[in-house]
Design a protein around this ligand. Structure first.
Ligand code: SF4
Length: 290
């Protein structure tokens, strides 16, 4: 629970506030950009929600915040916000909200399918989200892009009996029990329409997942930059090898997709040709940053 005593001075006066436990993960700014903004190394409320839509967005940010750093002085009926996740993005792909502090507020996703749902990276194992996922059919498989965003994977496995996938090079003691640990640099068709593409760089065993040649779940490999309106990679958060990450990015040019759905950074949907052009520009930009 956020604490009024820790309310940041950077918030505008009023009901909603961010407290000093904020870790600057960006989740609230993505979910409710009309309410929260960046103050440098934390977030703050710059506009108190007025319209019903703004209020719901602020409440959704509150429940999604990984550190419970968002509070409100007044009591609110939170049922709509708690019911909002997983939230439909397009077709059969949803965003889970409810981020986890252990993955620094990374977003995770749900693919809803008759053949069994797929979680991409792990959200927080929060009761309301787990119940909503259960209502949507549970989880049959969990795809882990890399070692940093595994959060509550074990709890989801225990609850839903899902099998899990992580690249062998990113398996750690906490993911030793993961059922599938493919190795090597070749893409793997996990099932029809679902490709695991190893993308070493951010970490040694990072992988992205391509669903139906439309949705690319990129973990911390690739994201959209709202300031530059470009695809980009996190040069300052490349823990393994920037040159490897460039090579991984170049290999992605062989694939077509319309959506980039990252853990951190902004998502983006573009026409597949435009996305390909953006990716080419991203590769040239990365080479200049070597
Ligand atoms: S979601 Fe929470 S931790 Fe993340 S930036 Fe907003 S207030 Fe801070």
């Amino acid at each position: 629970m956020a604490q009024l005593a820790l309310r940041l001075d950077t918030n505008v006066p009023g009901d909603f506030y961010v407290d000093s436990t904020c870790i600057d993960c960006d989740a609230c700014r993505q979910i409710a950009p009309a309410v929260f903004h960046d103050t440098g190394d934390q977030s703050a409320v710059y506009h108190q929600p007025q319209a019903a839509e703004e209020l719901l967005a602020a409440q959704k940010a509150l429940v999604a915040c990984p550190t419970s750093s968002i509070g409100s002085a007044a009591r609110h009926d939170m049922r709509a916000a708690l019911a909002a996740y997983p939230e439909l993005i397009e077709d059969d792909v949803y965003r889970c909200g409810f981020t986890s502090e252990s993955s620094f507020g990374a977003f995770s996703y749900l693919i809803r399918r008759e053949a069994g749902n797929i979680l991409v990276d792990s959200p927080r194992f929060a009761g309301p989200l787990v119940k909503n996922i259960e209502r949507l059919g549970g989880v049959r498989r969990m795809l882990l892009t890399h070692q940093d965003d595994v959060a509550d994977h074990e709890k989801f496995h225990q609850r839903f009996g899902c099998d899990r996938v992580i690249h062998r090079d990113d398996a750690r003691p906490g993911t030793a029990s993961v059922e599938l640990k493919p190795a090597g640099s070749d893409p793997i068709e996990l099932e029809p329409g679902l490709l695991m593409i190893p993308t070493p760089g951010h970490t040694r065993g990072h992988a992205v997942f391509l669903w139906r040649e439309k949705f690319l779940f990129t973990g911390d490999h690739l994201a959209w930059n709202e300031s530059t309106h470009r695809l980009y990679a996190f040069r300052g958060a490349c823990w393994y090898s920037w040159s490897e990450q460039i090579r991984s990015m170049e290999r992605l040019l062989d694939y077509r997709f319309e959506w980039v759905l990252p853990g951190h950074g902004r998502p983006m949907r573009l026409d597949a040709d435009e996305m390909h052009e953006q990716l080419e520009q991203c590769v040239s930009w990365m080479k200049k940053r070597s």
